[in-house]
Design a protein around this ligand. Structure first.
Ligand code: HEC
Ligand code: HEC
Length: 179
């Protein structure tokens, strides 16, 4: 593990599995996406009380090293203290593959199931802890309420989701390992 990754491991785990309290899974995501996310935290384009101060300490070379290290990992799913209801998981799977109410598109239309799909702008979301997915979708919804958003953006997709759909899709993703 590179020296700079020790601080990350304290929260994300040595292989980047994340944890059930809402730290995201970063192991096996594309290096491009990880570097992009870290640069956005560093520049303040993406807000996070936790990650902004950490990212500000990283040089561009650190970001490159960390992105490549975590992209190369394939951690097991983060253990969850309580497995989600099978009904939620089944409903979330249907949403992910086929879309939902109010013509919400299928998640996998944009998000590949594959962990290392470097060409995709939309990151891999399978294997993410449920609380992280819920928090991120709520943040996209908050952004949608602030004003206009691009058609086809994640902000628009999130603006159409109900709380029940969010709960269900988060449950499904949290128990589904990336291919
Ligand atoms: C104190 C705990 C903590 C530490 C230490 C930490 N992280 Fe995070 N990280 C988080 C949390 C919580 C989030 C979710 C933040 C959010 O979106 O608001 C996150 C988000 C991220 C994301 C965005 C993931 C995504 O799917 O968009 C990346 C990338 C990331 N961290 C990388 C790192 C790296 C690399 C390090 C080490 C330099 C690190 N983190 C250190 C807690 C931590
Ligand atoms: C039209 C394409 C599209 C569709 C459909 C879509 N997404 Fe996204 N999603 C994106 C893009 C692009 C991003 C990256 C946005 C960013 O980083 O600001 C994203 C980001 C996300 C994130 C944050 C990932 C991370 O690691 O932090 C989550 C969670 C997410 N989407 C969940 C979903 C769910 C659940 C669905 C299905 C209900 C869905 N998405 C459907 C395009 C899409």
């Amino acid at each position: 593990m590179p020296e700079a990754a020790h601080v990350c491991a304290a929260c994300h785990g040595a292989l980047g599995a994340g944890n059930a309290s809402g730290v995201p899974r970063i192991g096996g995501m594309s290096a491009d996406y990880l570097a992009h996310a870290l640069s956005a935290f560093k520049a303040g384009r993406r807000r996070s009380k936790t990650m902004q101060p950490i990212a500000r300490t990283l040089s561009d070379a650190d970001i490159d090293t960390l992105a490549r290290y975590f992209a190369a990992q394939d951690p097991p799913l983060a253990p969850s203290p309580q497995p989600p209801s099978p009904d939620w998981v089944a409903a979330g799977k249907a949403l992910a593959f086929r879309g939902g109410n109010k013509s919400t598109p299928a998640c996998f239309e944009c998000h590949g199931m594959n962990a290392r799909d470097d060409d995709q702008r939309a990151p891999r979301i399978t294997g993410e802890p449920a609380i992280y997915v819920v928090n991120r979708l709520h943040a996209f919804q908050a952004r949608a309420r602030l004003g206009t958003f691009k058609p086809g953006s994640m902000t628009e997709v999130a603006s159409k989701l109900t709380d029940t759909e969010i709960r269900n899709v988060a449950a499904y993703l949290s128990v589904t390992p990336p291919d």
